[in-house]
Design a binder for this molecule. Structure first.
Ligand code: GDP
Ligand code: MG
Length: 314
């Protein structure tokens, strides 16, 4: 299937003028990866730094999409534009993924000040952990300020992506493994705000107590994550969630931790890119004739693998 090549400069300029079609196409470029995504990254980079990213993570079914949708409504009530990036590492679908999310987000689908996009993996390793921050930066560079990033599931990739946010909201439920699950999944370390969602159910206070107890054991950047009770389905606790996020943002800005964190993330991203490129180089070397020859010589005991590796690299 031939794809008409996208004029990146033109599309980027249009997206910066607020056009949604070109922005959607550019997000597909990011999602596909490869040389075009790299070129786009070069265009985008000088225009980044002005957005604020809120990661929303937690176990499947915790109510992340419902909460996100309610948070978007709250932004809109305050006449602020809203941007949502839903990331699903397990889904082969893209540009629309996750039917349930679409249904819940449908309330906002006619609002021109709301931009919602799903991103899925393209199967290549490290794909989403590279694409997610690139997508966030693209959204920033076209002037979107509040960017909500919902990650589906609680695997390592999701934890990594959630760590790409300025403020990370971890959504838990009453009785959801007594917060101990959150701890096991590595969510305790990345949480800046906890939302105990489905507080209309039994056990919400117990979950809150468990969280508070675990939070007593340590803090990050001199910040103790607040625990907010919410019922996302009827928009209870949404204002409080935003207040907690705003307080964290203020804390990060006033202490300089925002810059430190962003610097650290830049380092992490550089490392991911290096790893990806070195992996690609290894694949290239493995596919070459020299590799097969050297392997024969290793089998014949003429050459040890270390010397062979040196020869391949040189
Ligand atoms: N009782 C109750 N149900 C909720 C609440 N928030 C979300 N749900 C329901 O929980 C289910 C999963 O919600 P969803 O937002 O898709 O969860 P996600 O997988 O974390 O995105 C849906 O059926 C929601 O209607 C809540 O506060 N209380
Ligand atoms: Mg969801």
């Amino acid at each position: 299937m031939a794809r008409r090549p996208l004029d990146l400069d033109q599309a980027f300029a249009a997206a910066r003028q607020g056009e949604r079609g070109p922005l959607a196409k550019l997000l597909s470029v990011v999602e596909r990866g490869g040389p075009q995504a790299r070129r786009l990254g070069q265009l985008v980079h000088p225009h980044t730094g002005s957005g604020y990213t809120v990661g929303i993570t937690g176990a499947p079914g915790a109510g992340k999409s419902t909460l996100t949708s309610a948070m978007v409504a709250d932004l809109r009530r305050r006449e602020l534009p809203a941007t949502v990036l839903a990331i699903d590492p397990s889904s082969p679908f893209s540009g629309g993924a996750i039917l349930g999310d679409r249904v819940r987000m449908v309330d906002h689908s006619l609002d021109p000040e709301v931009f919602i996009r799903s991103m899925a993996t393209r199967g290549h390793l490290g794909g989403l952990s590279l694409a997610a921050p690139a997508a966030i930066r693209l959204l920033e560079s076209v002037g979107r300020e509040w960017i909500l990033v919902e990650t589906v599931g609680v695997g390592q990739i999701e934890v990594d992506i959630a760590g790409d946010a300025d403020t990370t909201v971890v959504v838990v439920n009453p009785g959801w493994g007594d917060a101990i699950q959150a701890n096991k999944a590595g969510l305790m370390e990345i949480a800046d705000v906890f939302v105990v969602n489905k507080a209309d159910r039994d056990g919400a206070d117990g979950t809150r107590r468990d969280l508070e107890y675990m939070l007593d054991l340590g803090s990050r950047d001199g910040w103790r994550p607040p625990v907010v009770m919410a019922v996302a389905t009827d928009a209870t606790g949404i204002g409080e969630s935003w207040e907690a996020i705003a307080a964290h943002r203020e804390h990060l800005s006033s202490t300089g931790a925002l810059e430190t964190r962003r610097d650290e993330r830049a380092g992490v991203e550089l490392e991911r890119i290096l790893t990806e490129q070195i992996r690609a180089r290894v694949d290239e070397l493995r596919a070459g004739d020299a590799h097969a020859d050297l392997l024969d010589r290793i089998r014949a005991r003429e050459l040890d693998p270390w010397t062979a590796a040196d020869q391949l690299l040189s």
